[in-house]
Design a protein around this ligand. Structure first.
Ligand code: NDP
Length: 316
């Protein structure tokens, strides 16, 4: 088999680092992997994106690079979330076509689904109604990847597809206190509460339910999609509906994993966000029978330990 040159945009982020670790251990030795970081070229620029494709001449692309952020930055900068993601996605997919890429797998997110919906959410519902107003810039830009995948396929025969992960966590996450996702934010807060001998305050009631996927499990699934998933339509990459867990229970797992002995205080004056966003992984399970996930206790333990061991260099 000819050597595959697999270019991973956003290769320095949470998901990219997971794929890098997984491919090193389990990858096909005939594949050459390239993990891009933004200092190698700004994908918002057509010229810089093209220069990257000219330099590496990839045969396959995993497209992860995106402007991502928490609730408040999404609410504050809808124009930037829309434009930057539209530009990145347009440039990357245009180059995938121009350079005759064999296959491109892009990354959507469960937070782009319609706000008013029925549960569980499945892959057919992406365009069924407006997303939550708080992140509409990001959500519409992401939805356009699916639109473009179909258009490139119909018009030029390109083999483009996309995946839809639920909440991701793991080593190399963004542990910023105000602008991170739930798990890394709680790990950082627990770390500080232990250091300062304080109780741990959690925003909201702790009751909302979420599905979390460990970045190394997701990495395995990305490689599986690249090798085996033949559809153009997106596929949800998630743990099962039965694995949905409350924010309060996640906080308990984190404090147990880190040995925190103080009190957990739920600040119910703060917003809870959507109560649940349950996604179905039925399609994934039907195509990948026997799939297993790392138990959340174990994965949270590794993610907290990674933060402690890498405190000086972690994004925070
Ligand atoms: P990170 O924030 O950890 O990483 C983002 C990556 O994108 C980094 O490698 C960054 O490069 C790169 N990047 C950002 N802007 C540019 C740019 N203008 N030019 C070139 N590269 C750029 O994100 P994640 O790993 O968490 O996310 C990866 C994908 O997964 C995204 O598409 C995201 O939407 C999606 N996703 C994430 C979820 C989550 O819970 N984290 C949930 C569902 C989907 P650098 O760091 O070098 O600047």
């Amino acid at each position: 088999m000819a050597q595959r040159i697999i270019l991973v945009t956003g290769g320095s982020g949470l998901v990219g680092k997971g794929i890098e670790a997984y491919s090193k251990q389990n990858g096909n030795t005939n594949d050459k992997w390239i993990f891009l970081k933004s200092s190698e070229g700004d994908l918002r620029s057509k010229a810089e994106t093209k220069a990257i494709f000219e330099k590496y001449r990839p045969t396959h692309v995993i497209h992860l690079a995106a402007k991502v952020g928490g609730l408040f930055s999404n609410m504050k900068s809808k124009v930037e979330f829309f434009r930057e993601n539209i530009d990145i996605n347009d440039n990357v997919l245009a180059c995938c076509k121009e350079f005759n890429i064999v296959k491109c797998v892009s990354c959507l997110s469960t937070c782009i689904f319609p706000d008013k919906t029925t549960y569980p959410i499945d892959e057919t519902m992406v365009h069924d109604g407006p997303p939550h107003p708080s992140n509409e810039g990001y959500a519409y830009a992401k939805r356009m990847i699916d639109v473009l995948n179909r258009a490139y396929n119909e018009e030029y025969g390109c083999k483009f597809t996309s995946v839809i992960p639920t909440n991701i966590y793991g080593p190399h996450d963004n542990y910023h206190l105000a602008d991170s996702h739930v798990i890394p934010g709680l790990i950082h807060k627990t770390y500080l509460a232990m250091k300062n001998n304080q109780d741990l305050t959690i925003m909201g009631s702790g009751k909302p339910l979420r599905q979390f996927i460990y970045s190394l499990d997701l990495a395995k699934l990305f490689v599986w999609v690249l090798d085996n998933y033949e559809e153009l339509n997106p596929i949800i990459l998630s743990v099962g509906e039965e694995d949905e867990i409350s924010i309060g229970d996640v906080a308990k797992l984190i404090t147990e994993a880190m040995g925190f002995k103080g009190k957990l205080i739920f600040d119910t004056s703060k917003a809870d966000g959507q109560f649940k966003k349950t996604a179905s992984n039925k399609k994934l399970k039907s195509l990948y029978p026997g799939l297993t996930f790392t138990p959340i206790q174990e994965a949270i333990k590794s993610s907290s330990q990674w933060f402690i061991d890498n405190y000086d260099v972690a994004r925070k």
